[in-house]
Design a protein around this ligand. Structure first.
Ligand SMILES: NC(=O)c1ccc[n+]([C@@H]2O[C@H](COP(=O)([O-])OP(=O)(O)OC[C@H]3O[C@@H](n4cnc5c(N)ncnc54)[C@H](OP(=O)(O)O)[C@@H]3O)[C@@H](O)[C@H]2O)c1
Length: 260
């Protein structure tokens, strides 16, 4: 379903591609016949990301770039490296995927954990987006309409960041997740997404928050509903179909709109 639609997208950059959903998105993108020519897979410790290195070695157009999303120096260096790869065509799709999250209930939660999680999950995607804006703008000026064929910022959110759904037992087993720092940071990321959507609309840069489902990764744990393969392929189908109507939206991996 996604291959034909993704064909208009020349470049994608993914943060946190060393493992989990980010790695699987890179793998999926790399193996499609009609795929972005340039896939920039970033990791804060590329030397330790062995599987990612293997994917890059075996697939053309996959470049591994060092990026610790909490370091402005690292962000600036990654922008420079990406610029030389992308050239004047700029960047079509930025996927802010890197994040941390773990159980942190009312008894356990500390100011330090709140701030650290906010730094990685909320502040970093905003700073990364700011730094990559010139490259997104370069791509936006070359296209029309809205979507990943032109220029897009995809913020990996979670249903756990929905203020409306996190009350009562609407979330089923996910209601048991007592993750104060993570939930608050992702609710704030949702607001960052909305603010970006307001500011970047006139330039044709699409901004969307996406919930990847509950996925069996280090973060999601072994009880989760979806494999990384199922999640990544669903996410890519959703991304391929994004258009003006989705701008500023909060969608799950099936494309359904979630309540804020
Ligand atoms: N799994 C789920 O059920 C689920 C559900 C909803 C939303 N999500 C969201 O989906 C995204 C991916 O989650 P996941 O399950 O794949 O998580 P994961 O398996 O824990 O992987 C997290 C990724 O983020 C990277 N990362 C963390 N801090 C970083 C930093 N400072 N700089 C650069 N990279 C950093 C990690 O790199 P290292 O290998 O270097 O640590 C790793 O690549 C996250 O935004 C998460 O909130 C996941």
């Amino acid at each position: 379903m996604m291959s034909g639609v993704l064909s208009g997208c020349r470049s994608v950059l993914v943060t946190g591609a060393s493992r989990g959903i980010g790695l699987q998105i890179v793998k999926d993108l790399a193996k499609k016949t009609e795929r972005p020519a340039l896939i920039i897979a970033t990791a804060r410790n590329p030397a330790a990301a062995e599987e990612l290195q293997r994917v890059a070695k075996e697939s053309s157009g996959v470049h591994v770039v060092n990026l610790d999303v909490t370091s402005q120096a690292s962000i600036d260096a990654a922008v420079e490296e990406a610029s030389s790869l992308l050239g004047a065509e700029g960047l079509n799709c930025l996927i802010n995927n890197a994040a941390i999250g773990k159980t942190m209930n009312l008894e356990m939660v500390t100011a330090e954990e709140m701030l650290k999680t906010y730094e990685i999950n909320t502040v970093a995607p905003l700073m990364v987006t700011k730094a990559f804006l010139p490259l997104l703008r370069a791509a936006a000026t070359r296209g029309s309409g809205m979507g990943i064929h032109r220029a897009a910022v995809i913020n990996m959110s979670t249903v756990l960041g929905s203020i409306q759904l996190n009350f009562g037992s609407v979330l089923g087993p996910l209601a048991e997740f007592k993750w104060y720092p993570y939930k608050a940071s992702k609710a704030a990321l949702n607001m960052v997404t909305r603010c970006l959507a307001v500011d970047l609309e006139s330039e044709g840069i699409l901004c969307v928050a996406v919930h990847p489902g509950w996925v069996r990764t280090d973060m999601g744990g072994p009880q989760a509903d979806l494999s990384v393969e199922e999640s990544a392929s669903s996410i890519l189908s959703v991304l391929a179909g994004l258009s003006e109507k989705d701008h500023g939206g909060y969608l799950d991996y099936t494309g359904k709109t979630l309540p804020w």
